[in-house]
Design a protein around this ligand. Structure first.
Ligand code: ADP
Length: 162
């Protein structure tokens, strides 16, 4: 059984993340979608809220399990018997960061490899941060997020505007 980990902030999951997940499922039998909890990083949604959104959006995929992670990604990969870490690539700007992370992970554990999927053109400029910015100004975010994530984003931005 081929097992992989797809770590990220997922604050919240976008159609770009979904695109990567669908590509990864063509190769891996089991995919752990991992919410990387980093207390240094400010997020709009709590880890529990992000988990709830991911559970709802990904409920039709029996091969997916959603978990939280507070340790190193390679450590979690080992623990879950995963051989690969999945990451997505958009524009060139992702490359530098991903290159550094992959190399660091390789030094930490060379038995775990990172595999990249290139996003569909239509998601190439899509990020959770851009969507949050659009939502903050009352823009229509429905084209960028799965419907449940869009609903939760609207609730959140309404609450913070009160
Ligand atoms: P992180 O904080 O770990 O970068 P993100 O949730 O922003 O978490 O992203 C997780 C992974 O998904 C990263 O590899 C990122 O490049 C990828 N990703 C994010 N948005 C997209 C997108 N629109 N298309 C493809 N990959 C994406």
């Amino acid at each position: 059984m081929k097992i992989a980990l797809y770590p990220g902030s997922f604050d919240p999951i976008t159609n770009g993340h979904l695109d990567i997940i669908e590509r990864a499922l063509k190769i891996f039998d089991k995919l752990y979608v991992v919410i990387s909890v980093n207390p240094e990083k400010k997020t709009l949604f709590t880890a529990k809220e992000r988990q709830d959104i991911l559970e709802e959006v990904l409920k039709e995929y029996p091969q997916i399990e959603i978990i939280e992670n507070r340790v190193l990604t390679v450590q979690k990969a080992k623990e879950m018997n995963a051989t690969h870490i999945v990451r997505g690539l958009r524009a060139l700007t992702d490359f530098d960061y991903e290159f550094q992370m992959t190399n660091a992970n390789r030094v930490l554990d060379k038995s775990i490899d990172t595999i990249f999927f290139m996003t569909d053109n239509q998601h190439a400029f899509l990020s959770s941060s851009a969507v949050k910015e659009i939502a903050r100004f009352g823009g229509d975010i429905s084209a960028f997020l799965p419907p449940y994530a869009a609903e939760k984003m609207l609730e959140k931005t309404k609450k913070s505007a009160q």
